[in-house]
Design a protein around this ligand. Structure first.
Ligand code: TXE
Length: 472
């Protein structure tokens, strides 16, 4: 299987690169033709040429295209899920959920086009009509990470197309096959050539060319916080492009003394380790009150040790491999840093090939690197606190602010947490993530910059308000 870039409706060749299975590093899942900066610039130009025609395409036709894309994804869900599991290492069940979500996202935005698209105001002047209309942003570069290879492209590309923009998608280097298949589906949907383009290239070459291309009006990015800061600087320096950044997290899960222990362990286990901890919403700081601390740690360590780590296609597996040798080295480096700073390994801490055991570090505090920096692996640390006030303060003591959770049976504590937690997503007695596609997604602090993604909120990034006054 070979995937190529798509520019102005043409598939573009390049140097062949292998795409390997993280569960079996000697198995080549597919090949891709690597694109360089010239292909990226050509894609931006093709998008610029196609965008005005797409923006003027009647809503019914735009809806039909988006609906066809979503329906095709759903019809091919099993095949796409197996491919995703093989290239990224996600469990097949999780991959299925992700693909279905991607299909539903396209269908959701097809129907969003029937929602009100502007506002009418009373003018303070006689015989004047005042309204706010929306026009498309223009050409949008979509730069995505490897951890949700089809869902994140979908939740950016679908609203971008719906609101009349043209798109250049630059997926992460580790997951060209999911993006390549998505591009094939979009290309076969009846969308005019050039409205959607794909660039399979490296961030520092092809991605960089999109940040500096004069024809790109906006960049929607998800990835590491350092890369996001670079994207922001380049966007400002090269034509004052609009940008939207979804970045890292160091998400707290607070467990109070009154929590149901079983619920607390389930939330911590899922939030810390599922998806191999490779998600920006992972619960990587478990902030636990004194009275329940020892029982919680013992139960969670037992549960972590009982998890089956294995091949994503084996239905017995509960955790898949780490995505790459570099990511594994980073994870193990953090375990070493944690113990050097005084934390104790209560479970895991080791790996077998690219399979890392779910790792629980106890005796941590917010001064440690493992409690401050995003690890992006199956590693979580426990911080002991005395009461709810301290828990809220420790939870907020981070540069990030994506998701925050609490496990408690106290309504008052839950309400306080919802009010005071500094995060864009708050969960009560539920594991982190679990975001729903019609609700906004995003954070505060170094987790996010710009308008929220998903749901009706996505329109704020992909369209520009135009205030119109009409005299009569
Ligand atoms: O992310 P990058 P990577 C974190 C996580 C992980 C680390 C590195 O800690 O270990 O980031 O992962 C593109 N101009 N997260 O390397 O580098 C790149 O090609 C334009 C957290 O995958 O941020 C890819 O498409 N584009 C995160 C995308 O940016 C550039 C999810 C993300 O890559 C570029 C993933 C450049 N100069 C990783 N450099 C989360 N929290 O969701 C890179 N890219």
């Amino acid at each position: 299987m070979l995937h190529r870039s798509l520019v102005g409706g043409e598939w573009v060749d390049g140097d062949r690169r292998p795409n390997v299975n993280p569960a079996r590093p000697d198995e080549v899942v597919s090949e891709y033709a690597e694109a360089g900066p010239d292909t990226a610039r050509a894609a931006a130009e093709a998008a610029g040429a196609a965008q005005p025609g797409w923006a003027r395409t009647p809503v019914a036709e735009r809806m039909a295209v988006l609906d066809r894309i979503g329906t095709t994804i759903l019809g091919r869900a099993e095949e796409l899920a197996v491919l995703l599991a093989r290239e990224e290492g996600k469990l097949l069940a999780e991959a299925r959920g992700e693909v279905v979500r991607a299909g539903q996202t396209f269908r959701y935005y097809a129907h969003q086009l029937l929602q009100p698209q502007g506002e009418v105001y009373a003018s303070t002047r006689d015989n004047v009509h005042a309204e706010v209309r929306r026009r498309p942003l223009g050409v949008v570069a979509v730069i995505t990470p490897w951890n949700y290879p089809i869902a994140i492209p979908a939740w950016k590309v679908a609203p971008a197309l719906a609101y009349g923009n043209a798109v250049v998608l630059k997926p992460a280097e580790l997951v060209p096959a999911s993006a390549g298949e998505l591009a094939g589906i979009i290309a076969g949907s009846g969308l005019p050539p050039g409205v959607f383009n794909l660039v399979l290239g490296a961030g520092r070459t092809a991605g960089e060319a999109l940040l500096t291309a004069p024809g790109v009006d906006g960049v929607s990015f998800t990835g590491g916080t350092g890369t996001g800061a670079h994207v922001a600087r380049q966007c400002l320096a090269h034509g004052n492009k609009r940008f939207q950044l979804e970045m890292g997290g160091k998400n707290p899960l607070v467990v109070l003394d009154d929590a149901d222990l079983e619920v607390a362990v389930r939330c911590a286990l899922d939030g810390s380790f599922f998806s191999t901890g490779q998600r920006c919403t992972a619960s990587s700081r478990l902030i636990v009150q004194d009275g329940i601390h020892d029982r919680f740690v013992a139960a969670l360590a037992d549960a972590a040790r009982a998890l089956t780590v294995g091949d994503p296609l084996d239905p017995r597996s509960q955790i898949g491999p780490v995505v790459s040798p570099q990511q594994l080295a980073q994870n193990l480096g953090y375990v070493a840093a944690g113990t050097a700073e005084g934390a104790t390994v209560a479970a895991g801490g080791t790996s077998d090939g690219q399979f890392m055991r779910p790792t629980l570090l106890t005796g941590a505090h917010n001064g440690m690197r493992v409690a401050r920096e995003e690890i992006f692996g199956p590693v979580s640390c426990v911080i002991r606190v005395g009461d709810l006030d301290e828990a809220i303060a420790v939870a907020a003591d981070t540069r990030y602010g994506l998701s925050a959770g609490i496990v408690t049976t106290s309504l008052a504590a839950a309400e306080r947490f919802k009010r005071d937690a500094r995060a864009g997503i708050v969960t009560v007695n539920l594991p982190t993530a679990g975001t729903e596609l019609h609700l906004p997604f995003g954070g505060t602090g170094d987790s996010n910059h710009g308008p929220r993604e998903q749901g009706g909120y996505a329109r704020d990034f992909y369209s520009v308000p135009v205030t119109c006054y009409t005299g009569w």
